[in-house]
Design a binder for this molecule. Structure first.
Ligand code: HEC
Length: 429
């Protein structure tokens, strides 16, 4: 059952509203810290630095904690589901769900009657994956995943501009239908804004309006406009949550250090991002540890955000920085607001990325972006909700072999979908 896009958009932007009122997750500090409902109060359960908060990186039940067995990036785990043996195969039941997901309609009587065993069921799944209706279905899947769709009206310098929010989901859908590697999401250099004829399921080449050098969907005008925010952090969050399947913090050192109200868990040197109490040097103090350890998330985020800074509110690349720093005069962000002199942009610690193209290459090579695609496809088939918002994480044991096949097969999603829709987990009830 596909979740309504709108409800997710609300869920997504709901957090944003909190972040911006508080200068993000307790950044406001100041008065009211003792109020139990104040998110910056360390004893408030929603405070990320509260040890009993499931989003606290050091909490073992936190799905992003590398030691949590359900963490999608967790390297080890049991290899067999003990409950599966007790379930029985029901191809007609499986066919019903498969038809609804893959074509948007119930199976016909002829389809139902034609499926009697593993071979006929498998052949019918192939037909659904080749059905013209599959293109629209898979585009809806990517609209949900990217939290985009339709179009957006923005006011750019007193001019109303309409931006399509469908180009990135359509591009992703085409990769699946045409059997292209999903890593093209981060690396493709042409035709990243195709169009889809829903009736025929055929895609037509297309370039993104006003764009010269596409880098997959990373500089998709719709995504850039939709995720416009102070210091470009929402664009960075979108990349992380959509394509890595976890919230920030994204990086964990083997040796966390106790600091202020919590622990510094990131592998980056603490001072590799801007901070300190001199507002002329650091308008935002990312070294603050008094309520939350900002640098747990921002050590990664501040090394990525400058790469997205020059896209304006309508998603168009400009020659100068287009985002603002949320201080009283709301000035245009300077590079030194994110990073001190000498620091350069990167996807992760020790994974430098001087340009958006480098960032895309690093993302394509990151095993977490591969397992994220497979885990999301799995959740779609199994009718689970959003892997990030609803913590519908997939245990590694369940998808490990699928991830291996996906990588070995060249990052193509259609064979992965075939494997999922014919897996014992899908056909046994
Ligand atoms: C758990 C991870 C995390 C921690 C800890 C964290 N941030 Fe953030 N921060 C984010 C994310 C994610 C966003 C983007 C939110 C969005 O726009 O959707 C953000 C956005 C921001 C913004 C821009 C807000 C706006 O107006 O759009 C500022 C400024 C900021 N953070 C500063 C801080 C400071 C200062 C601290 C420490 C007191 C801190 N953050 C702690 C993850 C974090």
């Amino acid at each position: 059952m596909r979740k309504n896009i709108l409800s997710k958009l609300v869920a997504f932007t709901g957090v944003v509203a909190v972040a911006s009122t508080l200068g993000c997750l307790g950044g406001g500090g100041g008065g009211g810290g003792g109020n139990p409902s104040n998110p910056s109060n360390p004893s408030n359960p929603s405070n990320p630095s509260n040890p009993s908060n499931p989003s606290n990186p050091s909490n073992p039940s936190n799905p992003t904690n590398p030691s949590n067995p359900t963490n999608p990036t967790q390297p080890t785990g049991p290899t067999e589901d003990p409950n599966l043996a007790a379930r029985v195969i029901d191809y007609s039941q499986a066919l019903r769900t498969a038809a609804l997901k893959l074509t948007g309609a119930l199976p016909t009587m002829a389809e139902i009657n034609g499926v009697t065993d593993a071979a006929t069921y498998s052949a019918q799944i192939d037909k659904y994956l080749a059905d013209p209706r599959f293109a629209s279905q898979v585009r809806m899947y990517f609209r949900d995943m990217m939290k985009m769709g339709g179009s957006l009206q923005v006011n750019a310098n007193n001019q109303m501009v309409t931006v399509s929010l469908d180009t990135a989901p359509t591009f992703a859908a085409r990769l699946v239908v045409d059997g292209k590697p999903m890593t093209d999401l981060f690396t493709a250099t042409a035709n990243t804004c195709p169009t889809l004829n829903e009736a025929t399921g055929a895609f037509t080449d297309g370039t993104c309006a006003g764009q010269t050098n596409p880098v997959g969907v990373l500089n998709d005008p719709g995504a850039m406009a939709h995720m416009y925010s102070n210091m470009a952090f929402r664009r960075v969050r979108w990349l992380q949550e959509t394509f890595v399947c976890t919230k920030f913090p994204a990086e964990y050192s083997a040796t966390p250090v106790a600091m202020g109200a919590g622990q510094y868990v990131s592998p980056w040197p603490f001072t590799s991002i801007t901070g300190g109490t001199d507002a002329t040097v650091a308008p935002i103090n990312f070294h603050d540890t008094s309520s939350v350890v900002c640098a747990n998330c921002h050590s990664t985020m501040n090394h990525i955000a400058p790469l997205f800074a020059n896209f304006d509110v309508a998603g168009r690349l400009q020659t100068t920085i287009q985002v603002k720093t949320p201080t009283p005069t709301n000035p245009t962000t300077k590079l030194t607001d994110w990073l001190p002199a000498g620091q350069t942009t990167a996807w992760r610690f020790n994974k430098p990325a001087a340009t958006l193209t480098d960032l895309g290459a690093a993302m394509a090579a990151d095993p977490d972006t591969a397992s994220c695609q497979v885990a999301r496809a799995w959740n779609w088939a199994m009718g689970k909700t959003d892997i990030v918002n609803d913590l519908a994480v997939v245990p590694t044991m369940v998808i490990d072999s699928l991830v291996q096949q996906y990588k070995a097969g060249g990052y193509k999603l259609k064979p992965t979908l075939k494997a999922i829709f014919t897996s014992d987990d899908f056909v046994k009830f």
